[in-house]
Design a protein around this ligand. Structure first.
Ligand code: ADP
Ligand code: MG
Length: 727
């Protein structure tokens, strides 16, 4: 095996691009049948083949012999199929019964409703069976094990191959190609490829204690031990994360190069009121509370961005109720003090109206330096034509300082005299196109500063991948005076009765409660009828005598708004709702929440729902009802009981569900993440980010790092590569 330490970086060696342009058919072992199987698996080039990594390794020294397997053992057996029979159980149901033998003894293996197994596992086939040993009619038996075919009947299996630590490749029921075949093809490809070019400079590699590329590629496929495999995986996973971080860094550099922003005045949080005419000072003097440390810190970060000529591009994360709105408002006021305008955009019209309502209260009485009242307007699809005309005129002339609306504000006919700051609430995706749209809003085609806010906590590692091209500020402290919410998972009938008793006594104290209906699969209509049923039952049984209101997604907006208003005015004691209450309700007098069938909700959703209580000084309780049928659901509900910290919960969610669901489609480059895991490779990710930063500062636009920039072009999404490297 080659040792990387003495090899010069970048020099010679196979490049990934060369391997990508070589078809697998160049391999001698790639017979026509195998070629067509490889195609089914999506493997066309030698690079595709080499980046088909083992799913796991079988340590053959720890393999269990059939003769010593006991009922209850969970183990892998390497055994040859002796007999295979199918029985129909009627209808589509069938059972395939095998006898397998490994030289030490025989074992029964059965598969239910997998009729194709009888073709896959014909007598003579050597395969790995992974499963739990059970018992049937006094005989040891393994039911529905995981199977990896090692060799078909008559195929030679060299003994050295079987003596080693064996890679197990992903298999598919659709092809005959075995893990063993893949290992052979990969072995040939590795031999013929020789050394690989290494995109990482040698000094950096040794400083980071990372393996060289050649050894890593060989050892991930043919490790001598678990340790060797892990060392190799670490290097290759690092490469994946580094490419991603470099792409994000480049994206930033490209945007910054083409950007023309404003140099704005800072947010002066001056208690001495040296400039009492400033809108910021006026608001501070009317606020009934001091800002929290976290709010002050974040305002400092935003203020520094405003002063920079580069446009701000910042994400503000903070749990529900952490006080993001005041922060955004102060930033908007500072911009208005500098005679530029601001826009606040939210996902829905209802939310826009709520924001407008609460912000109007805060800014009423504020006077702009020009001597006119501070201009705050709401512009939505419901705004009447004459009103709309007036607002558009005000935006064009500059007498409207801040406009609130939906994200559609960016795409309509809305023109500003000079848009200095755009605040976007609850919008994670904010791509290049939207930025371009924003730019056109300003009279001079400059880029306004941009603040994106989210109340969905995202684990740090995921944020680094999702928002690596944004600066991130976090409000990690709730305003004082909030009483933490107690969460109780009612596991028994008795505890459920206690939940309803808690609702009744809250109402008796003059407080209010929410009941959240189960998530129903299917249409809104099904959900609505289920919710109606819940109300009827509660009204007759547990909550008889209380005044119940119902909101669901099938109601007309006006009707829904009326019910919510009734709840706010305390005419309704208990608001029964589908998940439509997730966003935007703020009733501090509501202190109890009962979530029915809680195990069906995800962590993020439960957290958002629970955030509707505990909004005042009163102690609040959230009851989670219903059974958890899976261990995952148990973990979710126990996590909800143990913490109210949104970031801690997001971390649990990431561990449970993996990154796929969190990343979604936002970062296309993540399709390159084959070995790296955001849930477990946090340290590598931080390392990759630091290294990316260093490399980009030493080599702007990766100049001089040819192998690296070639790999980025090769492995990034085409549009992304086009965008990053067009110059
Ligand atoms: P978010 O937008 O982050 O969910 P809000 O800005 O709506 O939170 O704030 C929630 C509530 O807390 C509002 O009623 C707000 O007036 C209040 N609030 C904000 N900052 C503070 C603070 N520093 N001290 C006390 N109350 C605050
Ligand atoms: Mg908010």
């Amino acid at each position: 095996m080659t040792s990387g330490a003495e090899k010069a970086p970048d020099e010679g060696g196979r490049r990934l691009r060369q391997l990508a342009s070589l078809e697998v058919s160049v391999l001698k072992r790639a017979t026509p049948k195998k070629l067509s199987d490889l195609q089914v698996l999506g493997i066309f080039s030698v690079l595709d083949l080499l980046t088909t990594y083992p799913r796991r390794y079988l340590d053959r020294t720890r393999k269990l012999e059939v003769s010593s397997a006991e009922v209850g053992d969970e183990a892998t057996f390497l055994a040859t199929v002796r007999t295979a029979n199918t029985k129909s159980l009627g209808g589509k149901r069938s059972v395939v019964e095998l006898t397998v033998n490994d030289g030490s003894g025989s074992l029964a293996v059965v598969f239910f409703n997998q009729p194709w197994r009888v073709k896959q596992l014909v007598p003579g086939t050597l395969a790995l069976f992974f499963g739990k040993v059970g018992e049937f009619r006094g005989m040891r038996q393994v039911t529905n094990p995981v199977v990896d075919v090692v060799a078909h009947d008559g195929e030679e299996v060299t003994s050295d191959r079987l003596l080693r630590f064996v890679p197990v490749y992903p298999s598919s029921a659709k092809v005959r190609l075995t893990s063993y075949d893949l290992g052979n093809l990969i072995g040939e490809a590795l031999r013929r490829a020789g050394d690989f070019a290494d995109p990482l400079p040698g000094e950096l590699r040794s400083a980071l204690a990372l393996l060289d590329r050649t050894s890593a590629m060989v050892q991930i496929h043919q490790p001598a031990s678990e340790h060797e495999a892990e060392v190799a995986r670490r290097r290759l996973a690092f490469d994946e994360l580094l490419r991603l971080q470099l792409a994000l860094g480049l994206r930033r550099a490209v945007l910054e190069r083409s950007a023309r922003g404003f140099t704005q005045s800072p947010i002066v949080l001056d208690q001495q009121m040296s400039d009492p005419t400033a809108l910021v000072s006026q608001l501070l003097s009317t606020l009934s509370f001091p800002l929290t440390g976290a709010q002050l810190r974040v305002l400092g970060e935003i203020s520094r961005d405003l002063e920079q000529p580069l446009p701000m591009h910042r994400l503000l994360q903070g749990d529900v109720g952490s006080g993001k709105t005041v922060v955004a408002l102060l930033a908007l006021l500072a911009v208005a003090d500098g005679d530029r305008q601001g826009a606040l955009m939210v996902p829905t019209e209802v939310l826009a109206e709520q924001h407008a309502q609460s912000l109007r209260l805060l800014v009423s009485g504020l006077v702009h330096r020009d001597g006119r009242p501070f201009g705050l307007e709401l512009l939505t699809g419901r705004t009447r034509a004459a009103e709309r005309r007036r607002i558009l005129e005000g935006l064009a002339s500059g007498t409207v300082d801040v406009v609130i609306g939906t994200h559609a504000l960016l795409t309509g006919d809305v023109l500003f005299r000079e848009l200095g700051l755009a605040v976007i609430d609850e919008q994670h995706r904010f791509g290049v196109e939207q930025r371009a749209a924003l730019k056109d809003r300003g009279g001079e085609a400059r880029d306004p500063d941009l603040l994106v806010m989210t109340a969905t906590p995202i684990p740090r590692t995921a944020a680094m991948v999702l928002f690596g091209d944004l600066d991130v500020s976090v409000i990690d402290e709730l305003p004082p005076g909030r009483t933490p919410i107690t969460t109780i998972w009612a596991r028994s009938e008795l505890e459920e009765q206690q939940a309803w008793a808690a609702v009744r006594s809250a109402v008796a104290r003059g407080e209010q409660a929410y009941v959240v209906c189960p998530l129903v699969d299917g249409s809104d209509r099904v959900a609505a009828s289920a919710a109606t049923e819940v109300v009827q039952n509660l009204q007759q049984m547990q909550l008889a005598g209380l005044s119940l209101g119902l909101v669901h997604g099938q109601m007309k907006v006006d009707e829904r708004r009326q019910t919510m208003e009734d709840f706010r005015r305390r005419e309704v004691d208990v608001l029964v709702a589908t998940t439509v209450i997730e966003v935007g309700i703020d009733v501090p007098n509501a202190t109890v929440m009962v979530i029915l069938d809680a195990a069906h909700f995800g962590i993020a959703q439960l957290h958002q729902l629970r955030g509707r209580v505990g909004r005042g000084a009163l102690a609040s309780t959230c009851f989670l009802l219903g059974e958890a049928k899976t261990t995952e659901a148990v973990t979710r509900l126990e996590a909800m009981e143990s913490t109210t910290d949104g970031f801690a919960l997001a971390e649990v969610d990431l561990q449970l569900r993996g990154e796929g669901t969190i990343l979604g489609a936002r970062q296309k480059g993540t399709s390159d993440l084959r070995l790296a895991s955001l849930a477990t490779d946090g340290d590598l990710l931080v390392l990759a980010r630091d290294v990316a930063e260093q490399l980009l500062s030493d080599h702007p636009f990766l100049r001089g790092l040819d192998v690296m920039s070639e790999e980025l072009r090769l492995l990034l999404d085409e549009d992304e590569a086009e965008f990053l490297f067009k110059s």
